[in-house]
Design a binder for this molecule. Structure first.
Ligand code: SF4
Ligand code: SF4
Ligand code: SF4
Length: 778
């Protein structure tokens, strides 16, 4: 006897009509089931090694390219060991050490999302009960494509998500354990583990976002979500201001509930920075979005916030020190970030409010979101008046005088990660010209990391200079951003799945991740604009979604006002926060399932192979900086989705680069004929770091090419590639012979010049495979 059999026997109409529910272990009878109506594939809940053969196929095509940040290892007490051309005392070599660091970063990133998801799930189960249903709305049947594929089940109620998260936690401990000295010793095996960690990250993000969508009634994939207010100028600084920073929506949502319950909308401003900003506006559009991560130090230092509520991830760790400078109060709300603050979770809110108001404590750790709601709002109301005339930045007229102290030592520029001309701005300010400081403020050209200030031999308050100049010149900036919509609906996939796979829609480009941009957020918006004009589907999440909203085009509109939020050609869909990135992989998985009828349950490899060869999607993480971004990239890469990163990303130490000089690496299996055929570098790389925006854009367009493109689709993709390459580099792309399979692929408008180019390279035509794949025919 098995539980499954028993379930079958008892699950008949009698039991249903009597509304009886019987639970045996984890098998539940009389309730909606998690089983899917499709056969279970070969790898449900894959172990660390179950998908190793798939990873090795990817790694053979896209070998890791290592760029060591450091040649030493100092992880254990044998060391430190110099690995430059030598092995460490434990036997590890430099390549494996780099790969170990990559795995470590992916594990840290995955743990951040899994920890966030776990907190969220506990909180929601506590508040709503374990049977709270997972209802993703009438246009979504495939509620959790990642869970369905990896776990092989569909979650029906929130407590069903626990199984996925427990599995992630188990895998994560195995993966992290492999980083210990004297475990894994092979770089490719470390890479395979890093890809596994990335897939766990995908799963954890899907759990976290589904949990918050259903529990907080966030949008469920509507393309016409309202526009929300974005920018520093949207906050009424005359009111008490509560600022939320981080990624966990629970405290922010309680703050908004408290405001609503007490009819305080007119009296208190609630705003956010980073993904919490996106998520609180998914919950309640009365909240304001200040902007991406790069706004953090500027906004805190401006002194506008009376109370700063921090939750988890990407928060400045010196937030308390900065807040103290202008008398703001900090409330920490998760175990990830306690900041040395006294734990007031169990204390009476009125007592906490008084202690904070009286200055007995600088801040408080409150691990109960509801309590945070009341305390944050009431403290802000009480201290706002007192802080009204607090002088936290130098007066604009004082800056030239202080700036005269600059010795022009140049250290500020030397340590600036982006080589910003801060010394020039300071010397210009000394002469009374503050525009250069203001220019650093615009579009977060300076993302206020504070390194220059730390290094300045005269201790000049450089970030305060930039903040004040920005405050003076651009303080009234107001923009619009479409509220994060969450998943792509099944009905949308039904419409665009075919055109994407056949190439009639030239690609899906996802602008994701943080704001460690080399030249400010405007580059993200410019790239998005170019692609939208060319009928790509553009999706965005997190800081990138906010940066896109901070750009006004020549018609005076933000891209969110100009383009619809649909998942269709020329649609600009703000998917949501970092955890919502799961819906981007999810959309690709849905294409494989809905359009190509690929079963999902336990069928990772077939689905990923389909995506790699047929779904023209590419991620762009232009400002990726965190370990979470490393995990996200590893996750999408394992699904077969390539990503283009910004120049700082080489500091992740590893890229996955294809070799166009090695023809044999691109061979494909044609599943229709069973033959091995000559392939093409499509996509050319799995993980690529571009140096400039122009290179990134051209690479992104190229990396949407797939072996499955029809001649019409390939023409369209090549036409965009040729146009953009010519626009930015003034000539035809130098590698067209790789992507023109036969004459039918050549865009009509470029026919002659492309043919001339191909002829000069002795190009010969070839047939496109009917069903391109890296897998063997079954
Ligand atoms: S882990 Fe290995 S390479 Fe690193 S310090 Fe220890 S012995 Fe040296
Ligand atoms: S604060 Fe701005 S100017 Fe200073 S080092 Fe950081 S990015 Fe550069
Ligand atoms: S580090 Fe300070 S003193 Fe040196 S150039 Fe920069 S602003 Fe001037």
């Amino acid at each position: 006897m098995t539980y499954k059999k028993m379930d079958k026997k008892l699950d008949n109409d009698f039991w249903k009509t009597k509304n009886l529910s019987l639970t045996i272990g984890e098998v539940s009878i009389g309730k909606p089931k998690q089983e899917l109506d499709e056969p279970m594939g070969p790898t449900p809940k894959p172990s660390v090694t179950d998908l190793r053969s798939w990873d090795f196929k990817l790694l053979k095509r896209y070998p890791p390219f290592y760029a060591p940040f450091c040649d030493m290892c100092c992880l254990c007490t044998y060391g430190k060991c110099d690995l430059l051309g030598k092995k460490g005392a434990c036997g590890i070599d430099a390549e494996a050490q780099q790969a170990r660091t990559v795995l470590l970063a992916s594990c840290i990133g995955t743990a951040a999302h899994a920890g966030h998801g776990r907190h969220m799930l506990h909180h929601v189960i506590k508040e709503k009960g374990k049977d709270f249903p997972i209802d993703m709305g009438k246009n979504i049947d495939i509620e959790a494509p990642i869970i369905r594929t990896i776990i092989g089940k569909k979650p029906v109620k929130v407590s069903d998500l626990d199984e996925s998260l427990s599995y992630v936690e188990e895998q994560l401990s195995h993966l992290l354990s492999a980083c210990h000295t004297g475990q894994e010793g092979n770089s490719l095996d470390f890479e395979s583990k890093a890809l596994h960690a990335g897939m766990m990250d995908d799963l954890a993000r899907e759990v976290a976002d589904i949990t918050q969508i259903v529990a907080y009634d966030m949008p469920r994939g509507d393309g016409d979500e309202p526009l929300v207010e974005l920018g520093l100028g949207t906050v009424d600084k005359d009111k008490p201001v509560v600022l939320c920073i981080g990624h966990n929506v629970a405290p922010g949502a309680e703050i908004l509930d408290y405001v609503e319950d007490n009819d305080l909308y007119e009296d208190v401003e609630v705003c956010g920075i980073c993904c919490t900003a996106i998520d609180i506006t998914r919950y309640n559009q009365a909240a304001k979005v200040i902007g991406p991560l790069s706004k953090q130090m500027k906004f805190i230092r401006s002194g506008v916030s009376d109370v700063i509520v921090v939750d988890e991830q990407c928060v400045r760790t010196d937030v308390l020190e900065e807040a103290k400078k202008n008398g703001a109060v900090v409330i920490a709300t998760t175990d990830k970030m306690c900041l040395g603050l006294p734990d007031k979770t169990k204390e009476d809110p009125e007592l906490i409010i008084n202690e904070l108001f009286n200055g007995n404590i600088d801040g408080a750790l409150i691990l109960e979101p509801k309590k945070v709601g009341k305390v944050a709002v009431e403290v802000a109301k009480k201290i706002a008046k007192r802080r009204e005339n607090l002088k936290c930045l130098p007066d604009i007229s004082e800056i030239p005088e202080i700036a005269k102290e600059c010795t022009e030592c140049g250290w500020c520029v030397r340590v600036c990660p982006n080589n910003r001309p801060i010394m020039d701005a300071v010397t210009a300010a000394a002469k009374g010209d503050l525009t250069k400081l203001a220019n650093l403020y615009e579009h977060d050209m300076c993302y206020t990391c504070g390194r220059c200030e730390e290094e300045c031999e005269r201790n000049l308050p450089l970030v305060s200079f930039i903040t004040k100049a920005g405050d003076h010149f651009v303080k009234n900036q107001k923009f619009k951003m479409r509220a994060g919509r969450g998943p792509v609906q099944d009905v949308e996939i039904r419409k665009v799945g075919g055109p994407i796979v056949l190439g009639d829609i030239p690609g899906v480009v996802a602008f994701v991740g943080c704001s460690n941009f080399p030249n400010g957020g405007i580059e993200i918006a410019k790239m998005a604009e170019e692609l939208l004009k060319r009928r790509y589907i553009v999706v965005a999440t997190g800081c990138s979604a906010m940066s896109i909203g901070e750009y006004i085009d020549e018609d005076g509109l933000t891209l969110y006002e100009k383009y619809e939020g649909i998942f269709d050609a020329s649609g600009l869909a703000n998917i949501g926060s970092c955890v919502s990135n799961a819906h981007i992989s999810g959309a690709c998985i849905k294409i494989a399932n809905i359009f190509a009828k690929k079963p999902l349950s336990g069928n990772f490899e077939e689905v990923a192979d389909y995506i790699l060869n047929r779904v023209g999607a590419c991620g762009v993480a232009w400002g990726a900086f965190s370990q979470k971004a490393a995990a996200i990239a590893a996750g999408v890469n394992r699904w077969g989705i390539p990503a283009v990163l910004g120049p700082h990303s080489s500091k992740y130490r590893r890229l996955y680069l294809g070799r166009i000089d090695k023809e044999e690496m691109w061979d494909l299996n044609d599943l229709r004929t069973g033959e091995t055929v000559k392939g093409e570098p499509a996509p050319e790389h799995l993980l690529y770091a571009a140096e400039t925006m122009e290179e990134a854009l051209v690479s992104t367009v190229k990396m949407c090419i797939r072996p499955n493109d029809t001649p019409k689709g390939r023409q369209l993709k090549l036409s965009n590639y040729i146009d953009l390459y010519k626009k930015y580099f003034g000539e035809l792309p130098t590698d067209l012979e790789l992507f023109v399979r036969n004459e039918r692929d050549i865009p009509i408008t470029h026919k002659k010049e492309v043919m001339d180019d191909l002829t000069s390279k002795n190009w010969t035509p070839r047939e496109a495979p009917k069903e391109p794949s890296l897998l063997e025919r079954k």
